[in-house]
Ligand binder design. Sequence first.
Ligand SMILES: Cc1cc2nc3c(=O)[nH]c(=O)nc-3n(C[C@H](O)[C@H](O)[C@H](O)COP(=O)(O)O)c2cc1C
Length: 318
Amino acid sequence: MIASPPRIGGLDVQSWGDPQDPVVLLIGAPQGLSPDWRRWVRALVEAGRHVLLADALEAGDEAAGLRRLLTDISSRPAILCSAQTLAAAVPALVVTGPALASCLIVAGEAPVEATAPLDGLPILTLDPDAPADPGETADAVILAFLERQAPREALYYQAGSDPRTLRDALGCFATGVTVVTTQDEAGQPVGLTANSFSSVSLDPPLILFCLARSSSNLERFQRAAHFAINVLHIGQQPMSGAFARSSAERFDGVAWETWDTGAPILSGSLASFECATHQVVEAGDHLVFIGRVTRARFEPRRDPLLYFRGRYRRLHFA
Ligand SMILES: Cc1cc2nc3c(=O)[nH]c(=O)nc-3n(C[C@H](O)[C@H](O)[C@H](O)COP(=O)(O)O)c2cc1C
């Protein structure tokens, strides 16, 4: 193993393997690397991973130090940390974890509560006392987990492949999240979460969203002559969840108002667009609803709720 000491995030970092490969960042490894950690480094490099080992983080400044380090690594690394370092890693990864790292591997026994704040970050705990499956070494478990959570190779879709692969490919396009709404013929509010929102034209002012033919609200949107699109801010993630679940009670506890058409405008949204339905285009298993914007309101100060690779995200400035 050849080590060279670059500086990343203000820390000395030893590195092994090809810098073009996906990064695995080791933190809290025992001084001089114990035999287990050495074996892991070797196995990771042989499996095509670029391993970085950071200097000890400065006591009292661990979370900020780790965050600096993660921000300075050009791609989202996988993190391999010891159970003892977990307490320092968790505060650095709370909320922004999935934006900073692809996954977390904890070498050692870690109570479930310890990682509970890291919602959305895939975690593998290597409990040394847990009986391993016969023939399954810790190295193999780590590599299999990395292959799932931080694949090395690009994945391919071609016509006829599993639609899930196409979905995963499309999930590489980060979007905002909206709740599209209308009012049905009985005057009832209707709404669902949609990230298929796009601007279409400035003159005339047109926007669109795509509605699955399987939607229980398809006919309501088809019959209504109008709809509204509410762009959600980072604090409205629970609302996104509620409007994506099948429930008749989506508007319970939600503050909303109406403007000209009766389509619900969700209070406090990052932006709301009220539209007259301009055109509905049949497109495979979805209908494309194009609306002519008649009114819009937007909030200049809040951050958007984002959606990327099937998970909610927040803005992270490069
Ligand atoms: C982030 C996110 C984005 C979504 N985007 C869309 C979309 O663009 N179009 C769509 O038809 N469904 C979309 N869905 C799924 C619907 O919100 C979900 O299926 C909902 O239960 C449909 O409700 P309905 O059958 O009452 O219309 C999305 C769900 C989530 C969580």
